[in-house]
Design a protein around this ligand. Structure first.
Ligand code: ADP
Ligand code: MG
Length: 234
């Protein structure tokens, strides 16, 4: 059944998702775009089990999120999905390295031998790994947040405007880092962005309007994304 999410009731009812159907292939990088208020964040939260749909189903692999109890949802959020926020959401009292390993530690899991090193090397923070978030630049903090999402090898990572707080050069670094995670590590990533340049790093750009899929571009270039957005009147 198509996904619907309604906030509020009666006069204040908002249909944030309105009969939407979408799937994400493994090992691909997808950008979700659309005007402000089109339901992008709602879609990400519902897919990542941070919120639930009013109607419809979310499947992670073969698992229907709607059939899980609270404990099972907690485990799924810990072990099978990763989330990257615009505002980094790191724990200020922990070092970069501790932030990266936090989800694995919470899950009581041992990091895969070598995998942790692969991610740490890819993050490229070197001796800054012992620094706290306040001692890192925005771009460095976001690299830590992406690494934290990657290290548990989730089936899918959802990133909601991960470059929204970053200047374009730093944003590009994060995008290239995510692109490498898809290409070399086989990670599946879904990213919300407003930026046609950011979307051009993805394999596919999906456009949301009023809580429904308006269309999509495969191998989007920044120019084609910009043209599409102009046609949307955004
Ligand atoms: P986007 O991320 O594309 O900007 P959102 O998913 O945040 O859009 O919001 C979609 C619609 O749902 C908007 O009209 C927004 O005001 C509304 N909305 C989002 N979250 C809530 C909430 N917690 N309560 C009520 N309305 C909400
Ligand atoms: Mg949003």
């Amino acid at each position: 059944m198509a996904a619907t999410k309604i906030y509020g009731r009666g006069d204040t009812e908002v249909r944030a998702l309105n009969g939407l159907n979408i799937g994400f292939e493994q090992g691909r990088f997808t950008a979700i775009m659309g005007p402000s208020g089109s339901g992008k964040s709602t879609l990400m939260h519902c897919m990542a089990a941070l919120d639930n749909l009013t109607e419809g189903q979310v499947l992670i692999g073969d698992t229907d999120l709607g059939t899980l109890n609270d404990r099972e949802l907690t485990l799924l959020r810990r072990n099978r999905v990763g989330f990257v926020f615009q505002a980094y959401n790191l724990v200020p009292t922990l070092s970069a390295r501790e932030n990266i390993t936090l989800p694995i530690n919470l899950a009581g899991r041992q990091p895969d031998n070598g995998w942790f090193e692969t991610v740490i090397t890819a993050v490229g923070l070197g001796d800054r790994l012992s620094h706290r978030p306040s001692e890192l630049s925005g771009g460095q903090q976001q690299r830590v947040a992406v690494s934290r999402a990657l290290v548990g090898k989730p089936e899918i990572i959802f990133a909601d405007e991960p470059t929204g707080n970053l200047d374009s050069r730093t944003g590009s670094e994060i995008l290239e880092f995510m692109r490498r995670a898809v290409d070399s590590l086989g990670q599946t990533i879904v990213m919300v962005t407003h930026d046609p340049m950011a979307a051009s790093h993805a394999d596919r750009a999906v456009f949301l309007v009023d809580g429904a899929i308006h269309g999509e571009l495969v191998d989007p270039s920044a120019d084609r994304v910009l043209d599409y957005m102009k046609d949307l009147g955004d």
